[in-house]
Design a protein around this ligand. Sequence first.
Ligand code: ATP
Length: 900
Amino acid sequence: MNAWHKLPITEAASLLATDVEQGLSVNEAKNRLARYGQNKLRKGKRFSALVIFASQFKSLVIWVLIGAAAVSAALGETVDGIAIIAIVILNAIIGFLQEYRAEKAAAALSRLTAPHCRVVRGGHSLVVTAIEIVPGDILLLEGGDLVAADARLIQTSVLRINEAPLTGESQAVGKSTDRLPQETPLAERNNMVFLGTSVTGGSGRALVVNTGMETELGHIATLLDTAESGETPLQRQLERAGRLLLMACFGIVTLIFGLGLLRGIAPFELFLSSVSLAVAAIPEGLPAVVTIALALGVQRMVRRHALVRRLASVETLGRAQVICTDKTGTLTMGEMTARKLITSASLYRITGEGYATEGAFFSGNVESLPSESPELLALLRASVACNDAELALINNRPAVIGDPTEGALLVVAAKGGITRGVFETEMPRLATVPFDSDRKRMTVIRSRESCSWAFVKGAPEVILSRCTLIRTDQGVRELTENDRNRMIQANALMAHDALRVLAVAERPLDGFSFEEGVAVNDREIEQELTFLGLVGLQDPPRFEAKEAVVKCKRAGIKTVMITGDHPDTARAIGHELGILGKGDEVLVGAELDRLDDEALKQRVAQVSVYARVTAEHKLRIVRAWKALGAVVAMTGDGVNDAPAIKEASIGIAMGRTGTEVTKEAADMIVTDDNFASIVAAVEEGRGIYDNIAKTLAYLLGSSTGELIVMLIAVLLGWPLPLLPLHLLWINLVTDGFAALALSTDPIDPDVLSRPPRHSQSALLNRNLFKLTLFTGLLAASVTLGVFAYELYIIGNSLDHARDAAFTALVITGLLRSFGARSEQRTLWQIGLFSNLRLFLVVVVSFALQLAIHHIPMLQTLFQIEPVSLHQCVAWIGVGFIPLIVLELRKVIRRLRTKKN
Ligand code: ATP
C-alpha cells in the first residue's frame, strides 16, 4: 500500500495516471469503475430473487403445513396432501411477488438518496454520485460536502474537516498540502482527506487515491455497524402483536381440538382442521403487507418530491404535530427581485420583473440614471463586488446560478449598467469571508493597483453596527446617530412590506496584506466600514405554501416559521401565509438567547415565527418541543443545521440548497425545497399507517370469523363446517389478495382533517379489538346460519352444506373488503371504483371461487359441486349482510360523535 501522504503530488498523480488539472477522461473513469468497483463500503445486501423465494419458507406456519401434508400423505390421504402443498406453493409465490416488489422499490430509493459530490473530469467540473468515484478522480471540496473517498490534497483554502467518524476527534482539523513523513499517524495526516469525514469550512481540491473497501473507513467497516436495524417501530409492534396472536390462536385451536376429540370427531380430520385453522388464524402475511405498504408509499412520496431515507420515518411523519420550516425558498419562491434602494439621500424604486436585466430607477416619479449619482453607483458596484452568483440564460430564460439573494443584486446592478465581468478584471478578488446565517454578513476583498478594498454586505443592523462612515453625493463623511436611526427606520419600513433587506458597505484597506490560502481575520477587516445603502428584495410567498399551511391547521399540525430575516419581514410573510394568527407570537433570536431552556419550553407553544435566528437556536427550539412530548419536524439546508435536523423527530433536508452533510443527517429530503411537499409527505405518512391499520383489521376480522365458526360448531356438536382446504384457500388466496389491495389503497382525502395520532397509541388497541370481534361474529353468524339452514332445515348433504358455508364465508370476506377501506367513511362516500385494484381482486377471486366449483379436478379437491345461478345469487345476498351491518355501524358511530 502506498503512503500517499509522503509522496509529492506529481508523483502521486503519475502513479494514478491522472492529470491534476484535467482529471480523468469520462471514458477512463468508466473503465476504472469497472476495474475497481463501486465506491461503497459494504457489498450491500443484493436482493436475489432466489433468496427472497427461499425466505418464504422460513415461517413456522409453512412448516406446520408441510408437516400436515406429509402426515396426510402417510395416512393415505394423498389428495389432501397434494392440495396443501399446492396452496403452500401458491402462498409462497404471492409472498415472493410482494416482497420482490418491495425490495425493488427500496433499492430504487437508496439509489435516489445516494450522496453526490463534485469532480473534475475531462477538464470540466461535474456532479456525480459518490459510488461512481474512482482512484485518480479529482475531488472538489467545499463547506458542507461529504468526503466521498480517501484523497491526497492538491490545493486548500482554509479547508477544515470534521474527522470525528474516523478518528473520534470532535474538533474540526485544518488541512494543507505539505508532504508528511511516512510514519505520520492517521489522525495527523493533514494533507489527506478521508471517506466518511465532512468539510466544515473552506475549500479544496484533492486527488482520489482509494475508494470503497480500500479506504481507511473501509478497513474498519467490518468493525463498525453503521447499518441501522431495518425494522421500523411499526414492524416491531406488529411482530410483538403477532406473537401474542399466535399464542391466543394456539390456545383456541387446542381448545377446539380437545372439544372435538370429546365430541368424537375423527382424530385425523380434527388434526388437519386444527392445523388449517391455526394457519388461517395467524396473520402471517402481515409483515409482508407492512413492507409493501411502506415501500410503495415511499415510492408515491418520491413522486410528490419527498425522499424518505429511513422507512421508520414514514410512521413518524404521519404523527408529526409541529413542522418547523425555513422561510426563504421553502415558504417563499426563493426568487428575489430588488424593489427598493436607499442611499444617504434618496430612495429609489426599481422596475422590471424577475431576473431579466431590463428596468429603470425612479426617485419619486423621476427616472434617475445611476451614472449621474455617485452614491447609487457605489452601492451597485459594491453589490457586484461582494457576490458569488452568476447570471445565465437557462432554456432562453434569464436565471441565477448561485444564491438568489446575490443574483438579485447582480440584476439590479446590471439595470444600472454594471456587470460582473468588468469587475473581475478591474479588481481581482484576493479573499472571501463567505456568508453564513450565523454571521449574517459576507466580505470580499479585492485589489486595485496597489490598494485593496473590502466589500461587505449583510443584515442591516449587523452592518450598521460596524460602520463609522457614510457615503453621500458629496463624498464620505462620518455616520451620525441621526443617519443610523434613519437607516434603521427605512429598514423597518421595507421589512414591514415583506421585503428582505441587505445593507452594503465598503472599506479601503491600507496596511493589510493577504496571502492565498490563509484565513482572513474577519473581525479586523469588518469594522470602520463606510455605509453605502440598503437594498430591499422581494421574495413572494409560494402559492402552494398558503394552502399547505391551511391543511396543516386542519390536520392539527402547528406550522412554525424559522428565519434569519428581520422580524418585520418574517411577520409580514407569516401573516400573508396564515402562519401567524391571533395570539401567536414572534420571537427574535436575541430574545431567545435570554430565555433558559425551561422558560423556552413554557413559551414555545405560543411562538409561530422566529426571526433573526441561528442554527443553534433551531436546536434549542427542537429540544423545547421535544421536552413537551411533541413529534417535531425541522427543516434545514446549511451544515450548521445538521445538529437540529438530527435531533428532530423528523429531520428534513432541502434537496436543492441543502449540503450533503445536512442531507446525510436528515430522515427525509425534499427535492423541490417546497413546504407543500413536506405537508404532502405527512399526508402520505398518515395514509400509509391507515392502510396498514385497515389491512390488519381486515385480516384479523377474517381469522376471528373462522375461529368462531369452528369453535361454535364443535361446541354444538355439529360436523365441522369448513374443511382444512377451505380454510387455507380463504386465508392464503382470497383474503391474501384483498389484503394486498387494501395495503396499497389510495389515501383517504380526509387524512389531513383529523388530529395527529397520539405517539403512544398502539396499532392494536381496544377499538381494533372490538371491531375485530364484531366482524368475526357477523361473518361467523352468516356462515353458521347458511350451514345450519342447508344441513338441518333443507336437509341437504353435508358436502353441500359445507360448500354453502365455505362460499358464503368467501363472499362475505370479499365484499367486506370494500367497507374495510375506511373506519369512518361509508362505502357510499368512498366509492366502489376508487381502488380499482381491489375491485379487480374481488372480481378475480370471485371468478376463482366459481372456477373451483366448475373445474372437475378442483371440485374433487374441495369436495364441492357445481352451483346453480339461483344458489349463487342467494349466497351473494347473504354475503352482503356483514358489509351492510358494518356500514350501518359507521353511520351510527358518526351520528353518536356528532351528538356528543
Ligand atoms: P431561512 O432560509 O432559514 O428562511 P433566511 O434565508 O431568511 O433564512 P438567512 O439566509 O440566514 O435567512 O439570512 C439572514 C439575513 O442575512 C438576511 O435577512 C439578509 O439580510 C442577510 N443575507 C442573506 N443572504 C445574504 C448574502 N448572500 N450575503 C450577505 N447577507 C445576506
